[in-house]
Design a protein around this ligand. Structure first.
Ligand code: BTN
Length: 347
């Protein structure tokens, strides 16, 4: 068999259902007759009909109208393994094993289990539409409601120790910054160490977890988990985070649409590419909103005021303490809040 393009080769190995998702996604909002679909997908009309029913059962909003055909609704935004993998194949030769869940406890926890019990390899990625037990840094929870965000975890099997790999979390923040800019044209700010902000509100958090071998001191795996708030939840954010949490696009009815599969693919591609770099991406320093601000440093010993001076080339934060001594903060069990001069609080 002679294939004229990489895409043709990929499509030849896909099931009718998979090819149908691809085709309908590419023609979202347009009616396509069963006859045309059968011809394009190289199958019978009955096979098209069966595949449409299968997709509807998976949550796709497909309208079927007599004499017009089938249409994937413009507002249909189902997270799909097929679509994410298709996007990834368009832009990268690397193979990623992506699994998509509509509901999960925590993408980090499930991936951790797979890393330990199934020994899954680098590139294994879990994406979910909803987390019942989303985890945040410092033992907090991460609010992860259905249909409004993107929650994903990516596995790395890096060489070296924890210290050698400290920049991974910062590289993940850069991956989100770049992916959001590319797919939505919106520039987020990065807040040291691993949050992304828009209009003074946190719209993305990152939690990196890993396991070190006690014998070698080397990392066995690292899981980088990213939670993005795309839309404002219907009833708003819960009381305890209402002051600080925000979304990239606002209320679903008022805002533009986003293809979450494309956004997920871009984050995955950017992150795994950045993870190979030894140096921190300059975007992390240039887009960082912390330097120059009065901050509250929160660590195991409590909290204290300081002034953020600059982000160092290795990602550490240089600060000036109240006694004017200068030193750097390393990632880890430390977080900072920036003084909001208007509200006179630390956010
Ligand atoms: C934080 O802001 O404290 C970090 C939040 C990290 C949330 C993400 S969502 C995907 C992954 N799975 C989790 O349980 N947590 C991370």
């Amino acid at each position: 068999m002679i294939y004229h393009s990489q895409r043709e080769k990929l499509e030849a190995n896909m099931t009718v259902k998979e090819r149908l998702v691809s085709y309908l996604e590419a023609h979202k909002g347009e009616y396509i007759s069963g006859e045309e679909l059968a011809e394009k997908l190289n199958c019978t009309r009955t096979a098209v009909w069966k595949a449409v029913n299968g997709l509807k059962e998976s949550g796709y909003q497909i309208l079927a109208v007599q004499n017009r055909g089938y249409m994937l609704s413009k507002s249909s935004d189902v997270l799909s393994q097929q679509m994410i993998e298709n996007y990834l194949k368009e832009v990268s030769d690397t193979t990623y094993a992506v699994s998509v869940f509509q509901e999960i406890t925590s993408t980090n926890d499930v991936l951790k289990k797979l890393a330990v019990t199934e020994h899954v390899g680098e590139g294994t990625t879990i994406v979910s539409d909803y987390q019942t037990g989303g985890k945040g840094r410092l033992g907090r929870s991460f609010y992860s409601p259905k249909g409004t965000g993107l929650y994903l975890s990516m596995l790395l099997r890096p060489t070296g120790t924890v210290v050698d790999n400290l920049i991974l979390t910062a590289q993940a923040a850069v991956a989100v910054y770049r992916a959001v800019k590319k797919t939505l044209g919106i520039e987020l700010a990065i807040k040291w160490v691993n949050d992304l902000y828009l209009n003074g509100r946190k719209v993305c958090g990152i939690l990196s977890e890993g396991q070190t071998s006690l014998e070698s001191g080397h990392l066995e795996y690292v899981i980088v988990g990213i939670g993005v708030n795309l839309y404002e939840p219907e009833k708003g954010f819960p009381e305890e985070i209402r002051n600080r949490a925000g979304s990239i696009l606002g209320r679903p009815s008022e805002c533009r649409e986003v293809d979450r599969n494309l956004l997920a693919a871009e984050i995955i591609r950017e992150f795994y590419a950045l993870a190979k770099e030894k140096q921190l991406a300059s975007d992390y320093i240039e887009r960082n909103m912390v330097p120059g601000h009065e901050i509250l440093v929160i660590d195991g010993k409590g909290q204290r005021k300081a002034k953020a001076l600059r982000i160092m080339p290795d990602g550490q934060l240089e600060i000036e303490e109240e006694d004017h001594s200068v030193h750097t903060l390393v990632y880890g069990e430390v977080s900072v809040r920036i003084k909001d001069d208007v509200r006179d609080i630390y956010c």
